[in-house]
Design a protein around this ligand. Sequence first.
Ligand SMILES: [Zn+2]
Length: 185
Amino acid sequence: MRKTSEPQQDAAAESWYVLDPDDRITGIGGSGWPAGSEAYPGTRIYDHVAGHFTRQFLKDFLQQARSRGSTRQCYRCDSPVAKRLMEMSAVMQEGETLRVAHRMLGARALPFAVHFHEVPRASARLLRCSNCNRLRGIRGDVWREPEDGLQAGQTALVVHTVCPECRSHIGMRRQSAIFRIRDIR
Ligand SMILES: [Zn+2]
Protein backbone atom coordinates (compact mmCIF):
# COMPACT_ATOMS: atom_id res chain seq x y z
CA MET A 1 0.00 0.00 0.00
CA ARG A 2 2.97 2.29 0.21
CA LYS A 3 4.11 1.93 -3.35
CA THR A 4 1.42 4.07 -4.95
CA SER A 5 2.67 7.56 -5.61
CA GLU A 6 0.38 10.18 -4.14
CA PRO A 7 -2.36 9.55 -1.62
CA GLN A 8 -5.61 11.34 -2.42
CA GLN A 9 -5.95 12.56 1.12
CA ASP A 10 -3.42 14.20 3.33
CA ALA A 11 -1.73 11.06 4.58
CA ALA A 12 0.41 13.08 6.96
CA ALA A 13 -2.69 14.19 8.82
CA GLU A 14 -3.15 11.83 11.71
CA SER A 15 -4.98 11.88 14.96
CA TRP A 16 -3.31 10.34 17.96
CA TYR A 17 -3.73 9.74 21.63
CA VAL A 18 -1.58 8.38 24.43
CA LEU A 19 -2.79 5.77 26.91
CA ASP A 20 -1.45 4.96 30.35
CA PRO A 21 -1.15 1.28 31.40
CA ASP A 22 -4.80 1.37 32.51
CA ASP A 23 -5.89 2.50 29.00
CA ARG A 24 -6.71 5.94 30.32
CA ILE A 25 -6.14 8.81 27.88
CA THR A 26 -3.30 11.08 28.98
CA GLY A 27 -3.15 13.28 25.87
CA ILE A 28 -4.55 13.72 22.39
CA GLY A 29 -3.29 15.53 19.32
CA GLY A 30 -3.31 15.79 15.58
CA SER A 31 -6.35 16.52 13.44
CA GLY A 32 -9.84 15.15 12.98
CA TRP A 33 -11.05 15.07 16.57
CA PRO A 34 -14.75 15.73 17.17
CA ALA A 35 -15.95 18.68 19.20
CA GLY A 36 -15.69 17.98 22.90
CA SER A 37 -12.64 15.76 22.62
CA GLU A 38 -10.58 18.19 24.67
CA ALA A 39 -12.36 16.61 27.64
CA TYR A 40 -11.10 13.10 26.78
CA PRO A 41 -7.86 13.15 28.83
CA GLY A 42 -8.48 11.37 32.12
CA THR A 43 -11.19 9.13 30.66
CA ARG A 44 -10.70 5.55 29.51
CA ILE A 45 -10.56 4.96 25.77
CA TYR A 46 -13.40 2.45 26.02
CA ASP A 47 -15.75 5.22 27.18
CA HIS A 48 -15.65 6.48 23.59
CA VAL A 49 -16.18 3.20 21.75
CA ALA A 50 -19.64 1.81 20.93
CA GLY A 51 -20.39 -1.88 21.24
CA HIS A 52 -19.10 -4.67 23.44
CA PHE A 53 -17.30 -6.55 20.66
CA THR A 54 -15.69 -3.38 19.36
CA ARG A 55 -14.38 -2.55 22.84
CA GLN A 56 -13.06 -6.10 23.18
CA PHE A 57 -11.43 -5.87 19.77
CA LEU A 58 -9.68 -2.65 20.73
CA LYS A 59 -8.64 -4.17 24.05
CA ASP A 60 -7.08 -7.13 22.24
CA PHE A 61 -5.34 -4.81 19.78
CA LEU A 62 -3.82 -2.71 22.59
CA GLN A 63 -2.81 -5.84 24.47
CA GLN A 64 -1.05 -7.07 21.36
CA ALA A 65 0.82 -3.76 21.03
CA ARG A 66 1.97 -4.01 24.64
CA SER A 67 3.23 -7.54 24.24
CA ARG A 68 4.91 -6.97 20.85
CA GLY A 69 6.06 -3.38 21.35
CA SER A 70 3.98 -2.20 18.42
CA THR A 71 1.20 -3.31 16.10
CA ARG A 72 -0.95 -1.90 13.34
CA GLN A 73 -4.24 -2.66 11.69
CA CYS A 74 -6.27 -1.51 8.70
CA TYR A 75 -9.90 -0.63 9.24
CA ARG A 76 -12.70 1.26 7.58
CA CYS A 77 -14.06 4.50 8.91
CA ASP A 78 -16.56 5.61 6.28
CA SER A 79 -18.22 8.98 6.19
CA PRO A 80 -21.83 9.10 4.92
CA VAL A 81 -20.54 9.82 1.40
CA ALA A 82 -17.20 8.03 1.15
CA LYS A 83 -15.42 4.81 1.95
CA ARG A 84 -12.34 5.67 3.94
CA LEU A 85 -9.60 3.19 4.54
CA MET A 86 -7.70 3.93 7.71
CA GLU A 87 -4.74 2.54 9.56
CA MET A 88 -4.46 2.37 13.32
CA SER A 89 -1.02 1.87 14.84
CA ALA A 90 0.03 1.51 18.45
CA VAL A 91 3.60 1.88 19.73
CA MET A 92 4.92 1.43 23.24
CA GLN A 93 6.71 4.44 24.66
CA GLU A 94 8.57 5.30 27.81
CA GLY A 95 6.68 4.87 31.04
CA GLU A 96 4.64 1.94 29.71
CA THR A 97 2.44 4.35 27.77
CA LEU A 98 1.04 3.53 24.38
CA ARG A 99 0.82 6.00 21.50
CA VAL A 100 -2.10 5.15 19.24
CA ALA A 101 -2.39 6.93 15.88
CA HIS A 102 -5.02 6.87 13.15
CA ARG A 103 -4.40 8.01 9.59
CA MET A 104 -6.23 7.75 6.30
CA LEU A 105 -4.78 5.56 3.57
CA GLY A 106 -7.34 6.29 0.87
CA ALA A 107 -10.92 7.27 0.16
CA ARG A 108 -13.51 6.68 -2.52
CA ALA A 109 -16.98 8.16 -2.97
CA LEU A 110 -19.94 5.91 -2.25
CA PRO A 111 -22.58 5.59 -5.00
CA PHE A 112 -25.08 7.19 -2.62
CA ALA A 113 -24.96 8.58 0.89
CA VAL A 114 -25.45 6.03 3.67
CA HIS A 115 -26.54 6.87 7.17
CA PHE A 116 -26.34 4.74 10.28
CA HIS A 117 -28.08 5.07 13.56
CA GLU A 118 -26.98 3.04 16.59
CA VAL A 119 -29.99 1.53 18.35
CA PRO A 120 -30.58 -1.04 21.11
CA ARG A 121 -30.16 -4.56 19.88
CA ALA A 122 -33.89 -5.32 20.11
CA SER A 123 -34.70 -2.65 17.50
CA ALA A 124 -31.70 -3.17 15.23
CA ARG A 125 -32.21 -4.55 11.73
CA LEU A 126 -28.53 -4.88 10.92
CA LEU A 127 -25.19 -5.62 12.50
CA ARG A 128 -22.39 -3.31 11.45
CA CYS A 129 -18.76 -4.36 11.75
CA SER A 130 -16.82 -1.55 13.40
CA ASN A 131 -13.65 -2.66 11.71
CA CYS A 132 -14.52 -3.36 8.05
CA ASN A 133 -17.86 -1.50 7.97
CA ARG A 134 -19.69 -4.38 6.33
CA LEU A 135 -23.29 -5.09 7.26
CA ARG A 136 -25.19 -8.24 8.06
CA GLY A 137 -28.88 -8.80 8.71
CA ILE A 138 -29.61 -9.69 12.33
CA ARG A 139 -30.63 -13.17 11.20
CA GLY A 140 -28.44 -13.32 8.12
CA ASP A 141 -25.05 -14.85 7.63
CA VAL A 142 -23.55 -12.80 4.77
CA TRP A 143 -21.50 -9.66 5.40
CA ARG A 144 -21.93 -7.07 2.63
CA GLU A 145 -20.54 -3.67 1.70
CA PRO A 146 -22.92 -0.85 2.74
CA GLU A 147 -23.91 -0.01 -0.83
CA ASP A 148 -24.81 -3.65 -1.46
CA GLY A 149 -27.03 -3.94 1.57
CA LEU A 150 -28.74 -0.54 1.71
CA GLN A 151 -30.82 1.69 -0.51
CA ALA A 152 -30.33 5.38 -1.23
CA GLY A 153 -31.99 7.52 1.40
CA GLN A 154 -32.26 4.70 3.90
CA THR A 155 -31.07 5.18 7.46
CA ALA A 156 -29.81 1.85 8.70
CA LEU A 157 -30.62 0.97 12.31
CA VAL A 158 -27.55 -0.88 13.46
CA VAL A 159 -25.82 -2.49 16.38
CA HIS A 160 -22.04 -2.35 16.25
CA THR A 161 -20.01 -5.51 16.50
CA VAL A 162 -16.86 -6.97 14.93
CA CYS A 163 -17.36 -9.60 12.24
CA PRO A 164 -15.70 -13.02 12.67
CA GLU A 165 -13.23 -12.36 9.86
CA CYS A 166 -11.97 -9.15 11.46
CA ARG A 167 -11.90 -10.75 14.90
CA SER A 168 -9.59 -13.44 13.60
CA HIS A 169 -7.15 -10.95 12.06
CA ILE A 170 -6.26 -8.50 14.80
CA GLY A 171 -2.93 -6.85 14.11
CA MET A 172 -2.62 -8.17 10.57
CA ARG A 173 -1.92 -5.31 8.25
CA ARG A 174 -3.31 -7.04 5.27
CA GLN A 175 -4.89 -6.01 2.02
CA SER A 176 -7.65 -8.55 2.05
CA ALA A 177 -10.86 -8.70 0.10
CA ILE A 178 -12.70 -6.93 2.88
CA PHE A 179 -10.57 -3.84 2.61
CA ARG A 180 -9.79 -3.83 -1.10
CA ILE A 181 -7.42 -0.95 -0.89
CA ARG A 182 -6.91 -0.90 -4.64
CA ASP A 183 -10.61 -0.29 -5.13
CA ILE A 184 -10.60 2.48 -2.61
CA ARG A 185 -7.67 4.37 -4.02
ZN1 LIG B 1 -15.33 -6.89 9.75
